[in-house]
Design a protein around this ligand. Structure first.
Ligand code: ADP
Length: 205
């Protein structure tokens, strides 16, 4: 199994990049997607969250009010640890299972594992072969996140300051894709790096 971790700051273009890897036939496992599935309506973990944090974190629809929970744990390390202790082991186990299922069923040349907070809390060292960072200028990162998530500039900046710095991320990357241009430029750069990964994983097998 050859696994490329795809990471980057909020709004850098990880999801857009992951979509393009999937379009060209590379299996993608995304920890955020797993977290959403594990806490969807009807999932046992949603009941656990309500039991631990309270009914007020449910929206009227019965779905998890993610924005409210995110805000609740943002400035409260103890609450954040409680949430992480509850959901991280399940996310980790699901991610490993999906990677193994892809490996067994699809025999892909490599797989993409989207780990938004790879450098903040790394539980994936043992499965990752390469680290790909999606990077863009901070002004663009802020603009794109504000547009996507209906957040204010101050909210985006607060999230960014809780993440590792751009310089740290770039220093720890094996490969970097700059996402300052158009979406089609991003797609072209992914096709190029795809060819490189194919060569790398053939050599290492
Ligand atoms: P992340 O997953 O890293 O938080 P996204 O992939 O969701 O970031 O990108 C943030 C927002 O910016 C999304 O609305 C996405 O469609 C948009 N976006 C990503 N890359 C580009 C680009 N090169 N040009 C314009 N918009 C982009």
């Amino acid at each position: 199994m050859f696994v490329v971790a795809l990471t980057g700051g909020i709004g850098s273009g990880k999801s857009e990049a992951a979509k393009q890897f999937a379009n060209i036939g590379i299996p993608v496992v995304d920890l955020d997607v797993i977290a959403h599935e594990l806490t969807a309506i009807g999932a046992p973990m949603l009941s656990d969250i309500v039991r631990i944090f309270g009914q007020e974190f449910l929206a009227e629809t019965g779905a998890l009010n993610r924005a409210k929970l995110r805000e609740h744990v943002f400035n409260q390390p103890n609450e954040r640890l409680k949430l992480q202790a509850l959901i991280h082991p399940a996310i980790h186990a699901n991610a490993l299972k999906l990677l193994q299922d892809h490996e067994d069923g699809l025999h892909p040349p490599y797989q993409i594992l989207v780990v938004p907070l790879l450098f903040e809390n790394n539980h994936y060292d043992d499965v990752i072969n390469k680290i790909l960072v999606i990077d863009c200028d901070e002004t663009l990162q802020i603009q794109r996140t504000m547009a996507r998530s209906k957040m204010t500039e101050a909210q985006v900046k607060a999230v960014m300051s809780a993440q590792v710095t751009r310089a740290t991320r770039l220093a720890l990357a094996d490969e970097i894709i700059k996402n300052n241009g158009s979406v089609s430029e991003l797609h072209e750069n992914i096709s190029l790096i795809h060819k490189k990964f194919i060569k790398t994983c053939i050599v290492s097998q």
